[in-house]
Design a protein around this ligand. Sequence first.
Ligand code: ADP
Length: 530
Amino acid sequence: MTPPITPAEAHVFERFHDAVFVRDMEGTIHFWNAASAALYGWPSHTALGANARALLKCEHHRDPHACADAKVLADGYWEGELSRLTETGSRRLVNVRWSLRRDAAGNPVGVLETGHDISSAKELERHLKASEYRYRNLFQAMAASFWELDFTAVGPKIRALLDAGVRDLEPYFLTHPEVVRDMMRSTRVLDLNDHSLRLFGRGNRAEMLGTVDRYWPDESIQVYARCVVKSLAGLPNNIEVTRLKTIDGTAFECLFTACFSKENLARGVILIGIIDLSELAAARHALEIMQTELAHVARISILGELSASIAHEIKQPLTSISTYAQAALRWLKRPQPDLQEIENALLQIIDEAQRTDDVIGRIRAMALRRPAEESDVAINEVVQDSLQFTDHELRKHSIRLTTELAGALPPVRADRVLLQQVIVNLVMNAAQAMASTASAPRELTLRSTSPDGQDVRFEVLDSGPGIAPGLEHKLFESFFTTKTTGMGMGLPICRSIIEAAGGLIQLENRDDGSSGAKVTITLPGLKRPV
Ligand code: ADP
């Protein structure tokens, strides 16, 4: 019988990088090169004479083995993928080519196989498919809006800016919004998920493809600019809460994330994700309105508590006005009216009327229902204004007031009336605490400092009974009160006002050797001294 391989052929095949082996028609292996030994693990002395199918536990990847055998017999050639067992028991996926060997009479005498390992390539392909599937799933199934944007046309525009000498893009974009708008008009929507169609559009994908500028209101233009700046700086993403608008032009609040992966940037693509925050924003807005209402109710309630002081403050100038008017009348009724005295009395009347007007103005500001409005506030001025409300109350309870207000404090950013409400509230609490005990002396100290030259600290120190042990943590809870007529909302409202201004408020017992309570407010100071 003709052997399926000649020594000359064996010599050549031995040098092949591919695994080459030759079997006869029964499957017995007659040739086994070094690459076969390396791939399957079996040395040639084991493989030679063994049955190929038994040795390699051959499994077809796609076709049944018999079919491949039939094909190679019929066509003289077969190519396919086979899963094979190696000497260590692991499976390898091998891409093989079989060619039929014939003797001089044309009878098949064997099959020559060349093969190479494709296990890792297949694995990679499988991984890629799985991750693409996952990505697609995420892209479509998440309750978030995802967009793929093509910004290839933006690159030349940025290069032109740099060539024109623009060194720092961020400030440039701030002063040239029209340039940013132009870049938006060059940024195209490549793809977007179904959620985006619902969130931004009317459900029509074709209508939404195009450029991105129509989804960007002017107020958010710098978000796009920062994406450009950050991607150029090599940062991985840009995340911001901003506002975008739907295809119908309705602006809504959202969490915006742009990812600048190197692979995508190389393709001129960025991926953005958008989460709708409008419901959250509406809830936050409703809460803000409620807080404003509550603060307003609390102010009205303080004014109620202060009604005796207010009446006193208004009554005093009115009494003076009446006295000066009577005096003026007397000067007038003299046979020789003293015009100088009359003028003096009238000037005093004007002064007193102005005083009344100021008192009414302060009360009106406290009583008014209006949204919070921040401005740069000098805390010492607010302390002085607040004391005008509480002055009479302090005198009524024989409370000695000491003010230690530091000069040249940095201003704070807050709503002036709300801050005044806080101070009046704290002074009233201190006055009530001191009035609750018969023990004299009753002393109140208001102190403002800036310990580090940056933050502003304001302290209210009283000589009352202080905080009973175990109550420290309850004081700021809503409706916690130890007073028979108390509402327990004063301190929680003070805290929400101070925290809204970025500050902190604490109430504790004094630690300076005196008995009584101490309230400390710390607010971030602005740079400019006032
Ligand atoms: P209310 O004044 O209606 O009780 P607040 O929220 O202003 O409500 O105060 C809550 C509680 O905190 C008071 O009832 C009191 O027990 C305590 N408190 C507040 N300020 C002082 C203070 N200066 N000294 C002692 N206790 C205080």
